[in-house]
Design a protein around this ligand. Sequence first.
Ligand SMILES: C[S@@+](CC[C@H](N)C(=O)[O-])C[C@H]1O[C@@H](n2cnc3c(N)ncnc32)[C@H](O)[C@@H]1O
Length: 283
Amino acid sequence: MTTLGALYREALAAFRSTGLATPELDARWLVAEAAGSPATAVTLDPDRPLAPDAAERARAYIARRLAGEPVDRILGNREFWSLSFRLGPATLSPRPDTETIVEACLAVLPDKQGAYRLLDLGTGTGAILIALLSERPRARGRGIDKAAEAVKIAALNAEDNGVANRASFSVGDWMKGVDGPFDLVVSNPPYIPSADIAGLDREVREHDPLPALDGGVDGLDAYRAIAADAPRVLAPGGILVFELGIGQEEDVATVMKAAGFDLLGPARKDLGGVARALAGRLA
Ligand SMILES: C[S@@+](CC[C@H](N)C(=O)[O-])C[C@H]1O[C@@H](n2cnc3c(N)ncnc32)[C@H](O)[C@@H]1O
């Protein structure tokens, strides 16, 4: 019978030989998960024997990783804002950079007990809305996505994270057919220019859904559509917050101003120094 440590070394050698960026971490997560053990067990309890079905599962995970599938896709979940989110083929895997937009939203929802009304457009896993509801226990929110499978997963994620009684999710084309008023509309829309999709990392291109990425010819289609309609559903003085792609601050600022928003300062930067979240108040 093989052991946790032996399988870890097997995975590590294979991942190193193919030049994966984080071979130790990937090997640790995949082997530990397949064994149903905490990741620390790989180093703390390397002689733990693995049942044949767990070893088979670990080898299947290793093969998928070697074929280019990201670890979170293999495991079917991802941590975001210290919460756990299920993933599916129709959901983007929430990125650490997107925590910046959660911070930007919390900064404009300063009352921890505020009964804020929130709308998250292109909700995907529900990551942004669920993170906000976890921080504002009296707020309520609605998440919309055009992908029906994403909406189902977002609802499960709201349940898993204990906010389902304050969240609702539906299929839709941005906010068409939705009535407000909302205090905050937030969106991390698809923002990659169509022509740049082919040049994305293979792991993104092949494993994140195209409708979550493709922002049209100049990457700004969704910003224009959302900014133009948001005033209709926002309460007076309501706030719109967008996640930005790299280099989009000026263009999105122009779109927001043209739609009647006063910017609340320059974009908030992510940990890599990229201008990532832009907020504006309905004038
Ligand atoms: C970049 S992903 C963001 C997902 C999630 N909010 C996050 O931050 O991880 C964009 C999302 O917008 C959705 N989407 C694209 N076009 C849409 C539309 N016209 N109406 C509603 N949702 C749309 C996609 O299905 C995708 O889930």
